[in-house]
Design a protein around this ligand. Structure first.
Ligand code: SAH
Ligand code: SF4
Length: 439
């Protein structure tokens, strides 16, 4: 989401004739898009911004994103940052930047009006021509007890289906091959069409899948409480929709799920998984789990390990609980010592990686289609350079394929296949087999 925020900000500035600087230290203006989901991200941003100020003394620094409304952050950065603009106020307040940057951009074009005035209606200035992030909704109404998102992003707001579909059609027409539909809870999508009818996420997905062209659709994130039969049916039927479903469970313990205010139990979650598996056996499931939430005992943690094994997640993001300002959990005692959080995270990583390693073996010997997104080079001790194509498969697996001849730079943004000869828990490797426009 922060990536697409930055691309939209970039567009609004380019409209006023601001141009990207080659060197941060020489930029007139630096906009810092912040994340405050965990304390570690927050600390990194604060020290990075302070360092930036010492290196770019003459730059105007604007801070937006999750941290821009926080009084403690404003106090800590009051000598570093010139302007704090929360993302939801960007359209209304961005013109304040002109006077600080010696009126660069002032008086060039009138401010956008109507629907265009809404941040997520602005077409981002995209860095890639073959992959695109499309925000479909923003904000969150769920108030999980550990999470800053509802405070940082406000309540759920969905874009209209017409504007999303139109954007997707234009992107595909220009050759874009991978669309990422983004939102804090994409499955709570409730966009109103021009006849005032509300669309759900399944309907939106089906319509985007119906756009003519050779492309893949990915989406993130989904909340388990919003997974409906209709959604499962659509996800299973739509051939352009990736088979990877990222469905954060956060904990396998009913006690902890209750304290987290997640609104489902482990039994509800397992029930959803068995419905998905029944309808779509090829589904590749991934998740997020927080370790060391206040009150998490060894038994609660074992429940998390148990559910990871029962579901058979092929990818898992394990996160150490981090107490966050404004949240309900901040009032609970952060009772799990850091060393135990680290040990639980290690154990969790061991368990899911063992599952993923075993499951990834099914790809051995297969030719897997990828969208090449970069070329990686490795130089050995004798200076010999070896090149690889890198990209993700339909299942969202990271794939690397040895290029036998040529540099491969012309392959970026193209479909290719890689013949898999080696698998790890997190990647599949082999030789580049075929490159084609329409594999
Ligand atoms: N809307 C998504 C998650 C968005 S936040 C959902 O409901 O699943 C992304 C991830 O950050 C979460 O899945 C959670 O695992 C992690 N996270 C959020 N707040 C956290 C905190 N205070 N400490 C540790 N991890 C946190
Ligand atoms: Fe945060 Fe996701 Fe919970 Fe919303 S649903 S509060 S974004 S973890």
């Amino acid at each position: 989401m922060n990536h697409v925020d930055a691309e939209i900000i970039s567009y609004t500035l380019s409209e006023r004739n601001y141009k990207p600087a080659k060197d941060c230290a020489k930029a007139n203006l630096i906009v810092v898009v912040t994340c405050g989901v965990r304390n570690s991200a927050e600390e990194r941003i604060v020290s990075w911004t302070q360092k930036l100020k010492t290196q770019s003394k003459n730059s105007v620094i604007v801070l937006t994103g999750c941290l821009s409304h926080r009084e403690d952050i404003k106090t800590r950065l009051h000598e570093t940052v010139d302007l704090f603009i929360p993302i939801e106020n960007w359209m209304a307040r961005k013109d304040e930047i002109f006077s600080l940057t010696h009126n660069v951009g002032a008086g060039l074009k009138p401010a956008p009006t109507g629907e265009k005035n809404c941040f997520y209606q602005i077409l981002p200035q995209r860095a890639s021509t073959f992959q695109a992030y499309i925000p479909i909704m923003t904000g969150c109404n769920n108030f999980c007890s550990y999470c800053v998102v509802p405070y940082a992003r406000g309540r759920e707001k969905s874009r209209s289906p017409e504007s999303i579909i139109n954007e997707a059609e234009q992107l595909v027409k220009k050759g874009c091959k991978e669309l990422y539909l983004l939102g804090q809870n994409v499955n709570s999508y409730q966009g109103k069409d021009k006849n005032n009818r509300i669309w759900n996420f399944a309907r939106l997905l089906k319509n985007i899948n119906g756009i003519a062209g050779n492309f893949w659709i990915r989406f993130i994130s989904s909340h388990p409480k919003d997974i409906t039969e209709k959604f499962i049916e659509t996800y299973a039927n739509c051939r352009k929709v990736s088979s990877n479903l990222h469905l954060p469970i956060q904990s396998g313990s009913n006690k902890i799920l209750g304290l987290m205010n997640r609104k489902y139990t482990r039994e509800n979650y397992l029930d959803i998984i068995s419905k998905i598996r029944r309808r779509y056996p090829q589904a590749v499931l991934s998740t997020d789990i927080i370790v060391g939430f206040p009150g998490e005992t060894d038994k609660d943690f074992r429940d998390s390990l148990d559910i990871v094994k029962k579901v058979g997640f092929e990818m898992l993001f394990s996160l150490k609980y981090s107490s966050r300002p404004e949240t309900a959990a901040q009032k609970m005692k952060d009772s799990v010592p850091p060393a135990i959080k680290i040990a639980r995270q290690r154990k969790l990583d061991q368990v899911w990686k063992k599952i993923a390693l075993a499951k990834n073996k099914r790809f051995l010997g297969q030719e897997i289609k990828i969208l090449v997104d970069r070329i990686k080079t490795k130089t050995d001790n004798h200076g010999k350079i070896t090149r690889y194509v890198q990209g993700k498969s339909f299942e969202n697996k990271d794939i690397q394929g040895l290029i036998k001849s040529g540099k491969g730079n012309d392959l970026i943004g193209k479909w290719a296949t890689v013949k898999i000869s080696e698998t790890t828990a997190v990647a599949l490797r082999g030789e580049l087999a075929r490159v084609k426009k329409n594999i």
